[in-house]
Design a protein around this ligand. Structure first.
Ligand code: N01
Length: 540
């Protein structure tokens, strides 16, 4: 084998790439990781905007594959901040001696299947070329930032920042008039922190999103100790749940799963008190408080109204409060945001909300934002305008299979995969948390570990039988995609008009991309496939 030939090439050194690398190394295969950033961490490397923190609880949003690692690492807060999560990724890379297998600052420009060699030829923008029998895309679901198509953005002469490409050096907002465009999870986390420093903050909101309080806190050492003693049980509970794999950290696993309460079985007072308790406890699990919130429009409308009332109580100015109440989508069908003092921030005298539905942006000028009614002068402009989610990274790499067509061509009407793991026509190309798997609807750590374990099982299966090539059959793929759509259509998700559907990117096919049945049922489906000799996959 020449020095650029490997058994496996992995694209990406975020949490998926790191665990994949660790598992491949343990089997003695040769492997190389290509990472566009200068360090490990993936999304947590790039998203270092003020206020960035995880919306899954720290003790659940962490690897479970090493009991020593989970016992040794200490999380300081209920919801970890970005620097702590990045430090954790770095710790994992060092602890398992992974760095020497990773090429940093190496952005993959193309991956082309070489039929005679039966291998992927992967080229980077830095002119590096690798060949590998197996290529594993660990490229993340939210790794291609989206710039808004607002006239004049490039003419702004003040300080300009994008949340998902935040500079590594500190950013100062003191004495600044700051403007922020974009009120999804990133903007909602950034607003209170920027407001605490800036002279003035103007938030330009096109569409409000629902947000629930995090009630973040420093973790109590005794509670953590008790939790860690039962870590294995908690992890099992996260993996097998019908939900999204976040688990309920306040509930002991031996208590068994909590039966979801259905809306129709509740009186109005009972429903309100369940929601009140969930609001007080904080976090995204609010969405699971009433079990059919994402299936039943009546339940959903009730929960929406509950949150509208909260917003109206938290925000003093009635016009601002009304503008902050989302009314164009069922709650939860766009990713629910988890905040610390977001709504309260609008009560500060130097913070102002501009409702772009009433007063749209005409253009960005050299000195600020020109609205239809006025010019807002700014020293600093921050955009938090989201991502080309789920398919953006995979389609940016010019992936070409043996039939001479690219993944972008194969997915011109939306992504098509079997189990969100592989695409027909692209042999030996695996995706970690690809479209068609729970991915962004789940605790990413749970889904990443499950996919990596599945891929390793499949590679072992092939090795034992001397198979050189695997890909899903066209039938198994279309059957799975149909199932993914049926599950989505049994929920309210398709009404959300969100990035889950590609709706935030002009021209992107509108297809609901994640698998909405929950991590437990999905795991059962994958386990059944593996047990049946990787049913639906074709080997050669
Ligand atoms: O992006 P988004 P995000 N003019 O797409 C607005 C994960 N995440 O980076 O809806 C004006 O949600 C757009 O408005 P509209 C999480 O999964 C997790 O915030 O298009 N506004 C919207 O308000 C999340 O869901 C964490 O009308 C424009 C905003 O930009 C996902 O990443 C933290 C505009 C984009 O919101 C994405 O979140 C952060 C324009 N031309 C992110 N174009 C945690 O774990 C767009 N917008 C906590």
């Amino acid at each position: 084998m020449s020095s650029n030939q490997y058994d496996v090439v992995i694209v990406g050194a975020g949490f998926a790439g790191l665990y994949m690398l660790h598992r491949v190394l343990a089997t003695g295969r040769t492997v190389r990781v290509l990472e566009q950033a200068s360090d490990v961490g993936g999304t947590w490397y790039f998203n270092r905007y003020p206020g960035a923190r995880c919306d899954a609880e720290s003790l659940a949003y962490s690897y479970s594959f090493s009991s020593d690692l989970e016992q040794d690492w200490t999380w300081s807060e209920r919801y970890a901040q970005q620097p702590e999560i990045l430090a954790y990724a770095r710790h994992v890379a060092d602890r398992f001696d992974l760095r020497r297998h990773i090429d940093f600052d190496s952005r993959v420009a193309s991956a082309v299947w070489d039929e005679p060699q039966g291998a992927w030829v992967v080229a980077t923008s830095q002119n590096q070329i690798l060949q590998a029998k197996v290529c594993i895309m660990a490229t993340g679901c939210l790794s291609v930032p989206r710039r808004p198509d607002i006239d004049g953005l490039e003419h702004f002469s003040g300080n300009f920042y994008q949340a998902s490409q935040w500079p590594t050096e500190p950013v100062n907002f003191k004495d600044q008039r700051v403007g922020l465009i974009g009120t999804g999870s990133s903007g909602i986390q950034a607003v209170p922190v920027i407001a605490s420093e800036a002279d003035e903050l103007t938030v330009f909101q096109r569409t409000p999103n629902f947000s629930v309080p995090a009630h973040n806190k420093v973790l109590d050492a005794d509670w953590v100790d008790a939790f860690k003693k039962r870590y294995a049980e908690h992890r099992e509970n996260h993996r097998q749940g019908i939900g999204s794999g976040f688990g309920d950290l306040a509930v002991l696993p031996q208590a068994g799963p909590i039966d979801p309460v259905l809306f129709e079985s509740l009186t109005e007072d009972q429903a309100n008190s369940i929601l009140e308790a969930a609001w007080e406890r904080g976090g995204a699990r609010f969405m699971g408080a009433i079990g059919d919130t994402l299936m039943n429009p009546v339940a959903n409308a009730f929960v929406q109204n509950f949150v509208h009332q909260k917003i109206k109580r938290l925000v003093r100015d009635p016009e601002t409060a009304t503008a902050l109440c989302p009314s164009n989508h069922p709650i939860g069908t766009r990713r629910i945001c988890v905040d610390s003092n977001y709504y309260e921030t609008y009560n500060l005298p130097h913070v102002r909300l501009v409702n772009l539905r009433k007063d749209p942006i005409v253009k960005i000028t050299e000195l600020g934002v020109q609205l239809q009614s006025e010019h807002v002068a700014l020293d600093t402009l921050v955009i938090a305008t989201g991502f080309d989610a789920m398919t953006g990274a995979l389609l940016s790499m010019n992936v070409m299979g043996p039939e001479g067509f690219t993944l972008a061509e194969a997915w011109s009407e939306g992504p098509k995969t079997y189990l969100g793991l592989m695409a027909h026509g692209f042999p030996n190309l695996f995706m970690i948390t690809g479209p068609g798997s729970p991915s962004v609807l789940s605790n990413m750590m749970v889904s990443i570990e499950q996919h990596v374990d599945f891929v390793m099982g499949c590679l072992e299966f092939m090795g034992d039988r001397d198979h050189q090539r695997v890909e899903p059959s066209a039938e198994s793929q279309s059957g799975w995609m149909q199932h993914v759509q049926e599950v989505a259509n049994s929920t309210l998700f398709p009404q959300g008009g969100s990035w889950y559907l590609g709706a935030n990117v002009p021209g992107k096919p509108r297809v609901f991309m994640p698998y909405a049945a929950g991590v437990g049922p999905y795991r059962l489906a994958c386990d059944a496939v593996a047990k049946a000799g990787y049913r639906g996959f074709e080997f050669a």
